[in-house]
Design a protein around this ligand. Structure first.
Ligand code: SAJ
Length: 415
């Protein structure tokens, strides 16, 4: 079968770019990974990976060994380009699209008539149009897709990734994709590209809607977690178990409350809603309030730990979990890490941390004298036990061993 896309270039070989590149390669497409980090390029070309994601090592190794995937620092021609670079925010929660800009500028010299460029990075509404403007400036000889016209040399689309860390390979294939074309021909072309590996529906819309869909999905989750977190504050005040409360309220056929926790972490849900708040501060009031509720939850937990610890003389405090959520090793934007960092920054405290997914502590915790220990050691030796992450390993504890100790359970695992 002749493929319409024989060669695809994936720009940015991170948590999304690398799995996407490897899956495309596994479908017979020649994939070039364009990456600015030399260490990442070398690692991948050896058939290894630089990130932790179940099953990814095998798919990448197979793709590299079969010569369908290789990484490079130099832009090369391809039939389609997928941009999956970071879009963090600068101070004051202002979105930073400079990586998208530099990726566009890097690609500009190798573009030719008939090429397709798809932006996957989470972006403020209007970023795909901005990309068209940057490209036009670099390549005045080419006609880039524009709204309201189907005539173009280079097709442009936006297609957000929506995979859950820890389940990336399965979700990349199974999830539905929203494909937003700057014009209809771009959307159709991008749809063909995604159909090479996506088994879910590939639904076509315009680029601005697709950009907003991504921000909406993560804001929806943030607002709903904020509701659960607010309930946990109310329950603390009223001396009610928030876990029992939610379980009972969820018995209503149209109520489905999420779970409270020590705060919202990761590089998506705690970041993306700010893009909307920044673009429309007067309108995005609920989304803004939710961000504030979730961001303040670690302070609430910290105060609880302080108050409980004061009841002991020279207590040892053990924190269970540092990752931003259950069963992964990712400590980025982790509220748990934040809590332990703050608590252990006061000198002379005896602090233990249990995190089955890491071998050594982040530098800051090491410098504050925190000890990385196993589950049993922590339960045996600590006076105050603080559960921060609902890792499966923490579910199997013998609660009889908690006798005489204070327990703060932010995830409802040890109730
Ligand atoms: N959390 C709670 N209570 C809950 C659910 C989650 O406190 O009931 C916390 C987690 O502990 C964690 C944070 O929220 O700190 C985020 O975790 P998550 O599992 O909700 O989401 P992420 O950040 O791992 O991935 C999200 C997903 N988006 C949605 O579910 C709408 C994923 O599909 C996106 O692809 C990803 O963001 C992304 O890249 O944007």
């Amino acid at each position: 079968m002749k493929l319409e896309f024989n060669r695809v270039c994936v720009v940015g070989l991170g948590y999304i770019g690398l799995p996407t590149a490897a899956i495309l390669a596994s479908r017979g497409v020649e994939v070039i990974g364009l990456e600015i980090n030399s260490h990442v390029v070398e690692t991948i070309n050896k058939g290894d990976i630089h990130i932790v994601e179940p099953g990814l090592d095998v798919v990448v190794r197979t793709a590299v060994m079969s010569k369908k995937l290789r990484a490079t620092k130099t832009p090369e021609t391809a039939d389609a380009y997928l941009i999956a670079v970071p879009t963090p925010f600068k101070g004051d929660h202002v979105p930073d699209v400079s990586y998208v800009e530099s990726a566009s500028k890097a690609l500009a010299p190798v573009l030719k008539k008939g090429d397709l460029i798809v932006l996957e990075s989470t972006s403020p509404v209007g970023t795909t149009d901005l990309m068209a403007q940057w490209l036009k400036k670099e390549r005045p000889d080419l006609i880039f897709a524009s709204e309201g016209s189907e005539q173009c040399d280079v097709y442009l689309a936006y297609c957000p990734e929506r995979v859950l860390p820890g389940h990336v390979l399965r979700e990349l294939i199974e999830n539905d994709r929203v494909i937003g074309g700057v014009n209809s021909v771009s959307a159709e072309r991008a749809q063909k590209l995604y159909k090479i590996f996506v088994e879910g529906d590939c639904i076509v819309t315009n680029a601005r809607t697709a950009e907003m869909v991504k921000l909406t999905e993560n804001s929806f989750r943030d607002v709903n977690i904020a509701f659960a977190n607010e309930l946990s504050l109310l329950c603390d005040k009223f001396n009610i178990s928030v876990w029992e409360l939610i379980q009972l309220a969820n018995r209503h056929p149209r109520v489905k409350i999420l779970q409270p926790g020590p705060g919202v972490g990761g590089h998506c849900i705690s970041v993306d809603p700010w893009f909307l708040v920044h673009q429309a501060p007067d309108e995005a009031r609920l989304i803004h309030a939710a961000r504030k509720v979730n961001d303040s939850k670690p302070h609430f937990v910290l105060e609880k730990v302080e108050a409980v610890s004061e009841k002991f003389k020279n207590p040892t405090v053990a924190f269970f979990g540092l990752a931003f959520k259950a069963n992964i090793d990712d400590l980025r934007e982790s509220p748990s890490l934040d809590i332990v960092e703050h608590f252990s920054s006061r000198r002379g405290r005896s602090v233990m941390a249990v995190e089955p997914y890491i071998d050594s502590l982040p530098k800051k915790l090491e410098e504050s004298g925190v000890q990385l220990v196993d589950l049993e050691t922590a339960i045996q030796n600590a006076d105050v036990l603080v559960l921060l992450v609902d890792h499966d390993q923490f579910k199997r504890v013998d609660k009889k061993k908690f006798e005489g100790k204070a327990v703060i359970d932010t995830r409802g695992l040890w109730r």
